[in-house]
Design a protein around this ligand. Structure first.
Ligand code: GBH
Length: 494
């Protein structure tokens, strides 16, 4: 896009924004819009720009926003069962209604449009499409996504679909113990192929599984997430293998059944290793560490093998697998999606067997609104840079980044979430560092479009650019929505 075209685009989207904001009464004041107009006339700093065509979007997932769990023949998922089990969710809530996005999706697409966002990452609920996990598809389930896609495309928003964001059909848990069986990996591929065949006329980018490691560790290891199991190590390692296998089988099924040119990849929460000090030795050590601490997931997907250290560490608890399994797990992918929130380790080069030391984070390490949300903007530089450098990946999407914040409305009803803006500005500065150095990041999906059901935290943690009043379903733009809109309009840091 030339500079002239970019300016035209800004003007258009801004007028458009004002109109939509006005008609939906989103709570963004005229003042904020005017301030935007003024900023738009300022000189743009070329050095702070992102690549032309960079995709700016927001992200959500099915169970966290849709509600309507009993409608149109949707089957139950393991998260329905889990959330209804006493003592699992912090505020004793569940997502039976959540954001009622199933009915309000048209309004929600307008919220995206008001941001000027050109892309949207959402997930498809497997139990809507196959209420029993396998067998007869439920046409009404897919109809919802057909309606959503049409709405998105009409609004000029490119859909990016995730096939699995943790809402496994309960029937597969009952029949096979969920991911404890490779029957679930196969069922996942069948479902993914079926969906790709029907939606890939409009969806060109598909993510297989969201955050393999969280679903394995929290779902089957410590039992906090659905299905709430605490398996012994060998079985846990086997679950991990089946999840990776499910990813690989789904890649193949999507290629076999999707239209030519459909692009596919995982959406991983890479365990992020940041060099404690940016010396050549520490950077090298951080790369070595990255391969090892992600051995069961991205390393296997991109290298087609489990590292020696991973298998030696697992010992007699190592998963059983075949060479063919590893070939499937490492089926070629078109891009890697990365969810980036927080660094997991700071790495120091060391003269030991592994060549690195993982420095534990001191209790004083700063965090956002949750203890796990450590603030380290440089994670946004190192995550994609490691993936590009270690494995030669040529296309990367930041599939999630964002923070919860505890802002309260002002007397006149505004949400001034300045801490979220601080967090985003700093992380995006490091993303800009990455893209300006040529790290091939093609897009960024902010988590999240709006407050939603935050898994075991219920509705208490709010990640949205839009505040949601869950009693009235009213959505109100926070100040961070204005921030993101500015950034998108300029395709540059603000
Ligand atoms: C993502 O996970 C999810 O993909 C998304 O659905 C979710 O809404 C979003 O983040 C915000 O949380 O409580 O100490 O056990 C992010 C990675 C890893 C964050 C596990 C929460 C739990 C830490 N998650 N972590 S703890």
């Amino acid at each position: 896009m030339t500079k002239g075209a970019a300016v035209l685009f800004n003007r258009f989207s801004r007028r458009h924004f004002a109109r939509i904001a006005g008609s939906l009464a989103l709570g963004m004041s005229a003042n904020q819009v005017d301030a935007g107009e003024a900023a738009d006339r300022e000189n743009r700093d070329g050095a702070s720009g992102f690549p032309n065509g960079f995709r700016w979007g927001t992200a959500t997932s099915a169970y966290q926003i849709e509600g309507a769990v009993d409608e149109d023949a949707r089957g139950p998922s393991i998260w329905d069962s889990h959330a209804h089990r006493p003592g699992t969710i912090e505020d004793r809530s569940n997502a039976d209604h959540a954001n009622d996005h199933y009915h309000l999706y048209k309004d929600d697409v307008q919220l995206m449009k008001a941001l000027g966002a050109k892309a949207y990452r959402f997930s498809i609920a497997w139990p809507r499409v196959f209420p029993e996990g396998t067998g007869s598809p439920n046409p009404k389930g897919l109809d919802f996504y057909n309606r959503l896609l049409d709405e998105l495309l009409e609004s000029g928003i490119e859909p990016f679909a995730t096939m699995y964001h943790w809402d496994l059909p309960q029937a597969l848990q009952d029949r096979h113990g969920g991911w404890m069986s490779r029957d679930t990996s196969k069922a996942f591929a069948d479902y993914a192929g079926y969906v790709a065949e029907r939606l890939s006329d409009r969806v060109k980018h598909i993510f297989t599984i969201n955050e393999c490691s969280r679903l394995v560790h929290l779902g089957y290891g410590i039992g906090a997430d659905a299905p709430g199991l605490k398996l012994p190590q060998q079985q846990l390692n086997q679950v991990r293998h089946h999840v990776a296998l499910g990813h690989g089988l789904a890649v193949q099924a999507i290629r076999a059944h999707g239209r030519a040119g459909t692009k596919v990849g995982p959406a991983e929460n890479l365990v992020i290793c940041v060099p404690a000090i940016e010396t050549v030795a520490n950077i090298r050590a951080a790369e070595i560490a990255t391969r090892e601490v992600n051995a069961g997931y991205l390393t296997a997907m991109l290298e087609g093998k489990y590292t020696e250290a991973y298998l030696a560490g697992a010992g007699k608890d190592a998963p059983t697998f075949t060479a063919e399994d590893l070939r499937i797990i490492s089926s070629p992918i078109d891009f890697v999606g990365l969810n980036v929130y927080t660094p997991h380790h700071y790495v120091v080069a060391a003269d030991n067997d592994s060549d690195f030391t993982l420095a534990p984070l001191p209790a004083s390490f700063p965090h956002m609104d949750a203890p796990w949300l450590k603030i380290a903007p440089e994670a946004m530089y190192w995550a994609p840079r490691h993936v590009a450098k270690i494995w030669g990946v040529r296309s990367i999407y930041i599939t999630e980044n964002g923070t919860s914040a505890a802002d309260q409305p002002t007397a006149d009803g505004h949400f001034h979430d300045v801490d979220r803006i601080m967090y985003l500005r700093n992380y995006l500065t490091h993303l800009q560092r990455a893209t300006s150095e040529g790290v091939p990041v093609n897009g960024y999906f902010l988590w999240s479009l709006m407050d939603n059901f935050e898994w075991t935290d219920g509705f208490e943690k709010r990640f949205g650019l839009y505040h949601v009043d869950f009693k009235t379903q009213r959505r109100t733009a926070r100040l961070s929505a204005s921030y993101y809109r500015e950034l998108i309009a300029r395709n540059a840091l603000v």
